[in-house]
Design a binder for this molecule. Structure first.
Ligand SMILES: Nc1ncnc2c1ncn2[C@@H]1O[C@H](COP(=O)(O)OP(=O)(O)OP(=O)(O)O)[C@@H](O)[C@H]1O
Length: 612
C-alpha cells in the first residue's frame, strides 16, 4: 500500500511545447539570492498572503504527518488481527479503523486546501510580480526599448515569473512536507528496528546523489529545449511577419529549410531530456525496490531471530514507500530554487533599471502652453558609441507658427521632434517649451501639450471610435466624429460595416495605410494640444485627403504651433517657415519663395522632385 497525495507528488516535467522563447538565461548565480538583500524583496511578495501561507504550511504538516501515521496504524491493525483470539479485537479494530477514516478525511481536506489555495496563492503572486513588471516597463524610456527585444521581454513576463511563482508556492510547502515526513519516518522506523533503519538510511545518500545528478541533467535539457523552442518561435514570427516579402520573393523553400532545422534541433533537445527523465524515474524505482528487498531479507532474519515482530515488518515496508518522497522532494526543491532564483534575478534585472527620463522632484505642472519652442545649443546622440545626430542646434519657433522641417533622409528630423516631448534627453543644451526647460516640467503635463503623429502609425485592437478616443478618453461621440471629419476620415469610417464601432486589427477589418494615418491624425485632432508634430503623417494619403488635412492644419495657423516633417515638398510650401536640416545642421530657413530664390539645398531638392 502506498499513500501518495497530490501535494506530495512531484510536479510533472514542464512541457517544452508550452514554453515560449527564453533566449539566454541570466548569468546571475541562483545561490546569490539567499545571501543578498534582494531576498527581503523576494519575501515581501508573501506579505499579502501571510494568512494563506500559514494555513497552507499547517495543512502541509498535517498531510505529511498523516502520510506517516497511516502506515503506523495499518501496522497496528495487522498486529491486532494477528493477535486475535486471545481477546475480542472487534472494538479495537473498529476504533483504529475509525481513526484511520477520520485521518483520511482530514488528509483529503488539508490536501484540497494545499492544492487549491496553495496553487491560487502562487498564481496571485505571479500576477503581482507581473503587475509590477508591467507597470515598470511602461515607465521605461524609448532608449531602453531601443536596446531590448520584445520577445525577450515577453519571456520574462511569462516563463520567468512562472518559475518564480513555482518557488513561492512549492518551495516552503515541499520543505515542510519533506522535513516532517523524513523525521517522522525515521522516528517510526528506528523505534521498530534500529539496525534495519540504518540499513535503509544507508541507501538514502546514494539515492540523493543519483537524484541530484539526474535532476541537473534534466534541468540542462529543459533549459536547452526552452531555448530551442524560442528559436523555433522566433523563426515562425520572423517568417510570418515578413510573409509578404517571403511570398513575393518565393522564399518559401528557404524559410521551410530554416524552420525544419530549428524544429529538428528542438526534437534533439527533447530526446536528451526524456532520456534523463527515464533514467531518473527508473533509477529511483530500482533503488526503492532494492531497498524493499534488503528490508524483507533483513527483516525476515530479524523475525527468525525473534528481534522483530511480523507487524513491525509490515509497518516498516509501508513506511519505505513514504520515505522515497522526501528524497524526491529535496531534489525538487533544489530544482525549484535554481529556476525560481534565476527567474527572480532576471525579474529584478528589469525592475532595477531606473527610468532615465522621469519627473524631477520639483517638477512643474503647466497648464495649457502657448506653444513656444526653443532649441538652445542642443547636442544629441543616441548612445555613447553612436555618432552625434544634432550638434549645437539653435532654433526658435513662435507660438502658433507653422514650421516645416525638410532635408535628406537620416539627418535627424524625427530625432529633433522626439526631443520636444522628452522621448530622449539632450546631452548638451536645452529644449524649452514656453521658456521652461522641458526637463523641469512633469512628463504628464509636458506630453499633454504635444500631439504627435508618427511615421509608424499604431492602432490598438478595438473599435475605430476607441482608437480615436485614445486622444482624449471620455470624449463624446460627436467630438470623435468631428475630429474624424477634420482628418478626412469620416467618409471611409461611415462606409465600414459597423461604422465607428467596427473592430479593427486582429479581429476586425484591415485598413489601408492612408486610412490608418487618417485615424491617427483624428486622434491628435481630438486631443487638440497647443503643439502639433506631424512626422511624415500624410505620406500615405492621396492628394484629396492630404488637402483636407492640410486645410484643417492651416485653419489652426496662429492658434497651434505646427511642426511638420515632409519629404514631399509640395505638402509644406504653405508653411510660414521652412527649415532645411542637413548633415551640417540647420543650413537654410525661410519661406518657400525665399528658399527657391536662394537657390540652395531646398531649391535643389525641389528641382529633383519636380523632375520625377
Ligand atoms: N532609436 C535610435 N537609436 C539609435 N540611432 C537612431 C535611432 N533612431 C534614429 N537613429 C539614427 O539617428 C539618425 C537620424 O535618424 P532620424 O530618424 O532622426 O532621421 P530622419 O531625418 O527623420 O530620417 P527620415 O527622413 O528617413 O525619417 C540616423 O542616422 C539613424 O540611424
Amino acid at each position: 500500500m502506498e499513500w501518495r497525495d497530490r501535494a506530495t507528488d512531484l510536479p510533472p516535467p514542464k512541457s517544452a511545447a508550452c514554453l515560449t522563447g527564453a533566449p539566454g538565461r541570466s548569468d546571475t548565480l541562483p545561490g546569490a539570492l539567499l545571501l543578498s538583500p534582494r531576498f527581503r524583496r523576494f519575501l515581501s511578495y508573501y506579505r499579502p498572503y501571510t494568512r494563506i501561507l500559514t494555513t497552507d504550511l499547517l495543512c502541509a504538516v498535517f498531510v505529511a504527518g498523516i502520510t506517516v501515521l497511516l502506515p503506523l496504524l495499518a501496522g497496528d491493525l495487522t498486529r491486532q488481527v494477528l493477535n486475535a483470539g486471545a481477546e475480542d479485537v472487534r472494538p479495537r479494530l473498529a476504533w483504529t479503523g475509525g481513526l484511520m477514516v477520520g485521518l483520511v478525511a482530514l488528509y483529503a481536506l488539508c490536501n484540497a486546501y494545499v492544492d487549491f489555495h496553495g496553487h491560487l496563492m502562487g498564481a496571485r503572486m505571479e500576477a503581482d510580480l507581473r503587475r509590477d513588471l508591467f507597470a515598470h516597463l511602461q515607465r521605461l524610456n524609448f532608449g531602453f526599448y531601443d536596446r531590448q527585444r520584445t520577445g525577450a521581454l515577453m519571456s520574462r513576463l511569462t516563463n520567468d515569473l512562472f518559475d518564480v511563482s513555482e518557488l513561492y508556492h512549492h518551495g516552503p510547502e515541499d520543505l515542510t512536507i519533506a522535513l516532517v515526513k523524513g523525521i517522522g519516518v525515521f522516528a517510526i522506523l528506528s523505534s521498530i528496528d534500529l539496525r534495519l533503519t540504518l540499513l535503509v538510511f544507508a541507501f538514502l545518500p546514494i539515492m540523493a546523489a543519483f537524484a541530484l545528478y539526474s535532476s541537473r541533467r534534466m534541468n540542462a535539457a529543459l533549459s536547452l529545449s526552452r531555448e530551442r523552442v524560442g528559436s523555433v518561435n522566433t523563426q515562425v514570427e520572423d517568417t510570418l511577419s515578413g510573409i509578404r516579402v517571403v511570398q513575393s520573393f518565393t522564399g518559401e523553400a528557404t524559410e521551410q529549410a530554416r524552420f525544419d532545422h530549428e524544429n529538428r534541433r528542438f526534437v534533439e533537445s527533447r530526446r536528451a531530456g526524456y532520456r534523463s527523465e527515464a533514467v531518473f524515474s527508473q533509477g529511483m524505482t530500482a533503488f526503492t525496490q532494492l531497498m524493499s528487498v534488503a528490508v524483507i531479507v533483513g527483516g525476515g532474519l530479524a523475525i527468525a531471530g525473534n528481534s522483530l515482530r511480523p507487524d513491525g515488518l509490515v509497518t516498516f515496508l509501508l513506511c519505505l514507500g513514504v520515505l522515497v518522497d522526501p528524497v524526491n522532494r529535496f531534489v525538487n526543491i533544489a530544482r525549484l530554487y535554481g529556476e525560481g532564483a534565476t527567474g527572480f534575478a532576471r525579474f529584478l534585472e528589469i525592475m532595477e533599471v531606473t527610468p532615465e527620463i522621469a519627473d524631477a522632484p520639483d517638477a512643474l505642472e503647466i497648464g495649457r502652453a502657448r506653444g513656444e519652442i526653443e532649441f538652445r545649443d542642443v547636442s544629441f546622440r543616441y548612445g555613447p558609441e553612436s555618432e552625434a545626430v544634432l550638434e549645437g542646434l539653435n532654433l526658435q519657433i513662435r507660438p502658433g507658427e507653422f514650421v516645416a522641417l525638410v532635408g535628406p533622409s537620416g539627418v535627424g528630423k524625427t530625432t529633433l521632434c522626439a526631443l520636444i516631448p522628452r522621448f530622449y534627453d539632450v546631452q548638451a543644451g536645452a529644449v524649452m517649451l514656453d521658456g521652461h526647460d522641458v526637463r523641469t516640467l512633469s512628463l504628464a503635463s509636458l506630453r499633454a501639450q504635444i500631439g504627435m503623429v508618427q511615421q509608424e502609425v499604431y492602432l490598438f485592437a478595438g473599435t475605430v471610435a476607441q482608437n480615436i478616443e485614445y486622444g482624449r478618453p471620455g470624449a463624446s461621440r460627436e467630438e470623435v466624429v468631428d475630429a474624424a471629419k477634420r482628418a478626412g476620415a469620416h467618409d471611409f469610417i461611415s462606409a465600414l460595416p459597423q461604422g465607428y464601432d467596427t473592430e479593427i486589427g486582429q479581429r476586425g477589418v484591415r485598413l489601408s495605410g492612408g486610412q490608418r494615418q487618417r485615424l491617427s491624425i483624428a486622434r491628435v485632432f481630438l486631443k487638440d494640444p497647443p503643439v502639433l508634430i506631424f512626422d511624415e503623417a500624410t505620406s500615405a494619403l492621396d492628394n484629396e485627403s492630404e488637402r483636407a488635412v492640410q486645410s484643417a492644419l492651416e485653419g489652426w495657423i496662429g492658434q497651434r504651433t505646427l511642426l511638420v516633417i515632409a519629404h514631399r515638398l509640395s505638402t509644406v510650401r504653405h508653411a510660414q517657415r521652412i527649415l532645411v536640416l542637413t548633415e551640417a545642421g540647420l543650413s537654410e530657413q525661410g519661406t518657400h519663395e525665399e528658399l527657391m530664390a536662394r537657390g540652395g539645398v531646398y531649391a535643389r531638392l525641389h528641382g529633383l522632385q519636380l523632375s520625377l
